[in-house]
Design a protein around this ligand. Structure first.
Ligand code: SF4
Length: 698
């Protein structure tokens, strides 16, 4: 029977931060189908991506041999690029030839211009071990801290606020704790689309009596389960949350006992929000004052309440302020540190938590140790036997700006696709074309790889062993199920080959040896060993002992700050960087779709998922379509001050009028041509969730 597997391999889904465990059913070294496994965050469940998104590694356009740019061929994105056609811009090369060229180009630039001429983007799609090796290579081989990844475009502002206020960037409780909460606020997130299996826990909680409060400019499927669903004005979030804090203060709904025992700065917050009344904030956020009062009372008076948020909160120039407000709500009401309470930024990619923990961030070493901290730096210098730079590196968008300015001249990009994911793509693509030397390591000739001098064929998730850390702080083991195709290689091997050609002396033979090294530098991995992961598949950090489960809820007694206390950080409402006006009257919001993952490099090469959502669509309220004189399915052109795209329309009754939503995975209508690169000053995250646009019939 061709449908009967000859073996099964237990692993983890390669897509979102929920981290569903799954089993590959394999026959003749090919994956037949995938089943959900009894993992702690999915209990056998999978969404459509996890269940059907497994055939991309065998797509005909999969890279199976190293490529180098044909001499004299200009760099740029070919709009007619067809991955199914023979490559015209690149020629095949041996591994030695490609690696020598890749490392040689980087070494030459470093010798001529110094370490600051080089930068690296790693990926949240990589394992913890790959992330560790990548940042170690940049720090010890390139000699700078110019290393970042897509957390910068995702939850960097949330992490900045959490680090500042509670001393830790990870969630304080898993999403399974929602089942024990009386009230759950979901804001700036759309779990049914972006964290589908987590959404099933929220639905289950609602069925058990938990009051779900959904706060977002857009409607969503969870509205049907919500006790209250409130659509606020895009960009009005800081006003809404400050008004809720005002109610909590003015009606004395706060938990003074908790505040006295665990926090500092509440008196200043009280004074700060005194004039931010519901009446004063209502025009900004578009929520009636009485509704704001009801929301504040529901949250504050609940015995146990949690707040979950997503990129609707983080991807703003006031993203850090948004998260500060949510943290203040939780601290003021004593809604952390107990079962059924907590703060949970729903992490995006399957390993954005782990890659960040492993130090794939320009301002911190692994476990969030500041690069400027001499004591911590010296501990890593000893571990890695290499001097380290004390200056924080540049972030994703700053690196693109530095390339445009001519200071960064060479890059190594592993698994990221900035030619699709960066804001203001024309600018980002011009920058990529300007690089004197670009090495891209990926599964396909992605849009970014089209700018490369050397392309190195990498390993997909079902082809490698490695650990990943999900949104719940669960470190989980992924296992190789099928062999690498052609001459593709494990990513750790490729990074090591480059490292050794750059003068380092690495001798890893398996990711488990990298994990052992990580444990020497990361206290968060205490009591979690590779052999334990092999046995148990998943262990939550922090973990108190080899034979104990990890902590699902943290900070029960104290916060990991110098004083052991959390801090309130007051915030003032800030307008979007580019408010709508008469010329550009419509708010453009970008994001993901259920069927596609980020820039689509994997899911658009997955048959079932691409069949389900084959083309770009702009979602608009039916009233907005009527105003534009368009029927659903007709095409619309969207302009912003940075560019234009044309795509089909879709009527979406969950949208408010005055808004348009566009997913960012479609090259043929690349939403990020339109987006605003203005950055949050703290998290350095761009404002993907608000750009002034104008729409007209194509
Ligand atoms: Fe994969 Fe996330 Fe879907 Fe789970 S919810 S199957 S981790 S994409």
């Amino acid at each position: 029977d061709s449908r009967v597997a000859d073996r099964t391999v237990d692993s983890v889904c390669p897509y979102c931060g929920v981290g569903c465990q799954l089993t590959y059913h394999v026959k003749d070294d090919a994956i037949l189908f995938v089943e959900g496994r009894e993992g702690p965050s999915n209990q056998n469940r999978l969404c459509v991506k996890g269940r059907f998104g497994f055939d991309y590694p065998r797509h005909p356009s999969r890279l199976t041999t190293p490529l180098i740019r044909r001499p004299g061929v200009a760099k740029g994105l070919d709009p007619d690029f067809d991955p199914a056609q023979p490559l015209t811009h690149f020629v095949e090369a041996s591994w030695d030839e490609a690696l020598d060229l890749a490392a040689g180009g980087l070494a030459d630039l470093k010798a001529a211009h110094g370490p600051d001429a080089l930068a690296g983007f790693g990926s949240a799609k990589c394992s913890n071990e790959e992330a560790w090796l990548f940042q170690k290579l940049v720090r010890t081989g390139f000699g700078s801290n110019h290393v970042d990844h897509c957390t910068r475009l995702c939850h960097a502002s949330s992490v900045a606020a959490l680090m500042e206020c509670i001393g830790s960037g990870a969630v304080t409780a898993s999403f399974m704790q929602a089942l024990q909460a009386d009230v759950v606020i979901l804001t700036g997130c759309n779990p049914t689309v972006n964290h589908p299996v987590a959404a099933t826990y929220f639905k289950q909680a609602a069925r058990n009596g938990t009051k779900l409060i959904v706060l977002d400019p857009r409607g969503q499927a969870l509205d049907a389960y919500a006790h209250r669903s409130v659509r606020f004005t895009p960009g009005g979030d800081v006003s809404l949350y400050n008004a809720m804090l005002n109610v909590i203060v003015s009606e004395a709904l706060y938990d003074q006992t908790y505040i006295d025992a665990h926090t500092e700065g509440f008196e200043a917050l009280k004074a700060h929000v005194r004039d931010l009344t519901p009446e004063a904030m209502s025009p900004d956020c578009g929520v009636e004052p009485e509704q704001i009062r009801e929301l504040a009372r529901l949250y504050a008076q609940a015995e146990r309440a949690m707040i979950f948020w997503g990129m609707g909160i983080s991807q703003h120039v006031h993203g850090t302020d948004n998260a500060r407000c949510l943290i203040s709500l939780a601290l003021a009401c004593g809604q952390t540190g107990r079962p059924g309470t907590g703060l949970h930024p729903l992490r995006g990619q399957n390993n954005v938590q782990g890659a960040s923990d492993a130090g794939l961030i320009p301002m911190v070493l692994p476990d969030y140790q500041p690069v400027g901290d001499a004591q911590m730096r010296s501990a890593f210098e000893e571990l890695w036997n290499s001097p380290l730079d004390a200056t924080p590196g540049l972030t994703v968008v700053e690196i693109m700006n530095a390339i445009a300015a001519g200071t960064i001249k060479g890059m190594y990009i592993l698994g990221e696709n900035p030619a699709m994911s960066d804001p203001d793509l024309d600018h980002a693509r011009e920058a990529l074309a300007k690089l004197e030397h670009l090495v891209v390591q990926d599964l396909f000739v992605t849009e970014t790889a089209q700018f490369a001098d050397v392309i190195l064929p990498a390993s997909s998730w079902p082809e490698k062993d490695g650990s990943v850390t999900n949104t719940n702080r669960q470190v989980q083991l992924g296992r190789a199920a099928v062999p690498l195709p052609g001459e593709a290689k494990p990513d750790w091997w490729i990074i090591q080959q480059l490292a050794n050609r750059l003068g380092l002396d690495w001798h890893y033979t398996h990711p488990r040896e990298v994990f052992d090294e990580m444990k020497q530098g990361m206290a968060s991995l205490d009591h979690i060993s590779w052999s334990r992961l092999e046995r148990e598949s998943s262990v939550t950090y922090p973990c108190p002992a080899e034979d104990a489960p990890g902590a699902d809820v943290v900070f029960t007694d104290a916060f990991p700050t110098a004083s052991g206390r959390a801090t309130f950080t007051p915030t003032r409402p800030l307008p979007p960087d580019e408010p709508i006006d008469d010329d550009y009257p419509t708010v453009l919001i970008t994001g993901r779709q259920l069927e596609h993952w980020h820039t689509g490099s994997m899911t658009r090469r997955t048959r079932v998922l691409d069949d389900l959502e084959p083309e770009a669509v702009a979602s608009l309220a039916p009233s907005e379509l009527g105003r534009l004189g368009l029927s659903p399915g007709e095409t619309v052109t969207i302009d912003t001050r940075r560019g234009s795209i044309t795509l089909k329309t879709r009527a979406d009754p969950l949208m408010q009028s005055g808004m348009v939503f566009v997913p960012f995975c479609y090259l043929e209508a690349a939403a990020n041509i339109l987006t605003n690169p203005a950055l949050d000053p703290f998290g350095k995250i761009p404002e993907f969730k608000y750009a002034a646009s104008r729409l007209h019939r194509a």
